[in-house]
Design a binder for this molecule. Structure first.
Ligand code: UTP
Length: 300
């Protein structure tokens, strides 16, 4: 009998300051920025729920109340829409409230992604769990997380998601030194280097915001000293897990070849909106009709 527990917990860190998107994020979390007609965070929660992660813990902080409000019911709005007979909009607002069991914990001081993940320790307990960064969007038409969950179950370690980037871009990311594993759809991660200079990067494989972690990461995070930016870095804890051995050690990577957008970065955010909008049911046709003329006007 397979006694392995089904992975069902997801942690969504959304307590960062969002300085790259100021002033829009002065009083509003960047995770609430609309991507076509839904806040970015809703895509992330939907991605988790789609692969069966129905127990969600969101790590929030100052100015983040809008996040909790978004996933809560608004009875007065529901009855207004009901009275008007606007069933489409009613369904749209109810979609966000019916997504799963969402819990919240506050980070207090945003002392880094590793610190945010550590805030989930009590809720997660002693089982593997997924981490989805609240500002990192995987195109809903592409698949990543279910493969990562399978790889975690198979290896018993922790799993990170990697994308290939132009060598000149690698200095903006965490970078993985990897070894291929014969016949497998995942790689072994030997070492992680945070934001290396292009000439010193061990590969062009960049770490993106999806992780499936063994709970051994919590003990390591407790011992991890603040690193770059005086923050407790998740990458540093993963580096310890990659370098050591023992129960829950070992880090593996799944290389993602689909579409991914960093909605905390202005340009990448705009690309996400356009890419999803041209295929949206209600806006796609009109936007596609307008775009060629607009692009043509740029050449003049
Ligand atoms: P970022 O590296 O994008 O940092 O965090 P940031 O502070 O949010 O944004 P900028 O760079 O100032 O614009 C990646 C993810 O980790 C979360 C963020 O909310 C985001 O989802 N995070 C980061 C936390 O939850 N807590 C932290 O202390 C730092």
């Amino acid at each position: 009998m397979n006694t392995a527990k089904v992975l069902r917990k997801a942690v969504i860190p959304a307590a960062g300051l969002g300085t790259r998107f100021l002033p829009a994020t002065k009083a509003m979390p960047k995770e609430m920025l609309p991507v076509v007609d839904k806040p970015a965070i809703q895509y992330v929660v939907e991605e988790a729920v789609k692969v069966g992660l129905t127990d969600i813990l969101m790590v929030t902080g100052r100015s983040k109340r809008a996040l909790e409000d978004h996933f809560d019911r608004v009875p007065s709005l529901e009855s207004t829409l009901e009275a008007k007979g606007d069933t489409k909009k009613l369904a749209a607002i109810q979609e966000a409230t019916n997504l799963g069991d969402i819990h919240y914990v506050r980070q207090g001081d945003p002392k880094g992604l590793g610190h945010a993940v550590l805030r989930a320790r009590q809720h997660v307990g002693d089982e593997p769990f997924a981490v989805l960064l609240g500002d990192d969007l995987i195109d809903p038409r592409d698949e990543l997380l279910s493969t990562m969950i399978e790889v975690q179950a198979k290896t018993g370690g922790s799993v990170i998601a990697l994308i290939e980037v132009e060598p000149s871009q690698i200095s903006a990311y965490g970078c993985a030194d990897i070894s291929e594993i014969d016949g497998e759809n995942y790689v072994r991660v030997n070492k992680l280097v945070e934001k290396p200079d292009a000439g010193e990067a061990p590969s062009n494989l960049a770490v993106i915001g999806r992780y499936v972690l063994h709970p051994a990461v919590f003990d390591v995070l407790e011992e991890t000293e603040p690193g770059r930016g005086d923050e407790i870095q998740l990458t540093d804890a993963l580096q310890t897990l990659a370098a050591g051995d023992g129960e829950g050690y070992g880090v593996y990577g799944v290389v993602f070849r689909g579409r991914r957008y960093d909605t905390g970065d202005k340009l990448s955010y705009l690309k996400a909106v356009m890419t999803l909008a041209v295929d949206s049911e209600d806006l796609g046709a009109d936007l596609r009709a307008w775009l060629p003329g607009f692009v043509g006007s740029l050449k003049d």
